[in-house]
Design a protein around this ligand. Structure first.
Ligand code: SF4
Length: 345
């Protein structure tokens, strides 16, 4: 079957009624206020609904509108985000809220180009917000759409530009919010990457891969690059004049975990003995006792595999003024990334 107007209309004539009967009753669907649709699209990037829903509710309760979000303290927002990962999403959300206040007087923009110009919003998210919040006839393209289109039309490598062009020829014949969300829902509930539930699929009679029993071949898998490995050494630095306290530093060097708190760190393997490595990185501190190994943590990001070794170390000397000294109770008030969070669990 060719991916043309007629065949696509047959697919959506079956898919949208199925969506309207079976869609998950999510809060931004019954009341698609632009702020809430935007928040949902950011929270659920790379995140399953079950995992992200408690975060969505907590953030919305704390920041019910773009004004309160723009006024939020970055640390408070990061703390609410703690455990959800991909923290740049929270920082971009915050930056975008400020832009919406300054440039759009607090009204979420309703032009596609303006939506896409906001931090943290790419073509998929812009199309999703525009269609769900404003019923704009723009088609979304992501991994779900790639997989579904690949299977229905037996296309090994569906190209975003071609699929969007074909979908946008017919999206105006439907309600754009239902059109896009019906595909999202089919991808999430039925046409899953592994073991799709074809028997329950509303479009199986139009599906080329189903008819030919070649579902696993479509679309062809993307070639995965091997992940880079990153080794970190974290130091819980203790000092005699502040018993029970240790230093935390706000991270600002790179985009990973920017703005979150962690122990003083050395990036890379310990090539020499730990004390020597530590003294090279922190020459203004004197190590008083042999460091003690505490634990090893591991964390997987999309492009990186991270291993972190945690040590405690007693020091004296000239501690940097930007280091914050906390204890086991006060540390819980800081936004930290998953490795640190695991450490204090
Ligand atoms: S029939 Fe199966 S493979 Fe085809 S669209 Fe439906 S769930 Fe996906």
């Amino acid at each position: 079957m060719k991916m043309d107007n007629n065949s696509l209309q047959s697919v959506f004539n079956a898919l949208i009624p199925w969506y309207l009967e079976f869609f998950r009753k999510l809060p931004w669907r019954s009341n698609p206020v632009p702020y809430q649709v935007w928040l949902s699209e950011i929270v659920f990037q790379q995140t399953r609904i079950e995992q992200g829903l408690p975060y969505y509710h907590r953030i919305l309760k704390t920041y019910p509108d773009v004004f309160s979000l723009a006024k939020a303290k970055e640390d408070d927002l990061l703390r609410l985000w703690q455990g959800l990962g991909y923290y740049s999403r929270a920082l971009n959300l915050h930056k975008a809220a400020k832009i919406i206040i300054e440039k759009y007087k607090g009204v979420f923009p309703n032009e596609l180009a303006d939506i896409q110009s906001l931090p943290g919003i790419g073509p998929y998210t812009a199309a999703a917000i525009a269609s769900i919040a404003y019923e704009m006839p723009v088609a979304v393209f992501d991994g779900n759409v790639r997989r579904i289109m690949g299977r229905i039309f037996c296309i090994s490598n569906p190209v975003s530009k071609d699929v969007c062009k074909a979908l946008e020829e017919i999206i105006k014949n439907y309600q754009p919010s239902f059109f896009n969300q019906s595909m999202m829902e089919l991808g999430a509930l039925i046409c899953k990457p592994k073991s799709p539930d074809c028997d329950c699929c509303p479009v199986k009679e139009f599906c080329c891969a189903y008819k030919k029993n070649t579902i696993s071949e479509f679309p062809s898998p993307k070639i995965k690059k091997e992940k880079a490995k990153l080794q970190l050494l974290y130091f819980k630095i203790l000092r005699a004049d502040m018993p029970g306290k240790f230093a935390l530093v706000k991270r600002n060097r790179s985009s990973i975990w920017k703005g979150l708190y962690e122990f003083p760190i050395i990036e890379g393997h310990a090539k020499d003995e730990i004390v020597l490595e530590f003294s090279r990185k922190y020459p203004f501190l004197e190590v008083i006792e042999t460091p003690e190994f505490l634990m090893q943590g591991k964390h997987e990001l999309t492009h990186k595999s991270i291993t972190a070794d945690f040590y405690s170390i007693y020091c004296s000397g000239n501690f940097p003024s930007h280091w914050e000294w906390l204890d086991e109770n006060s540390v819980k008030e800081k936004g930290m990334h998953k490795l640190m969070f695991e450490f204090f669990k």
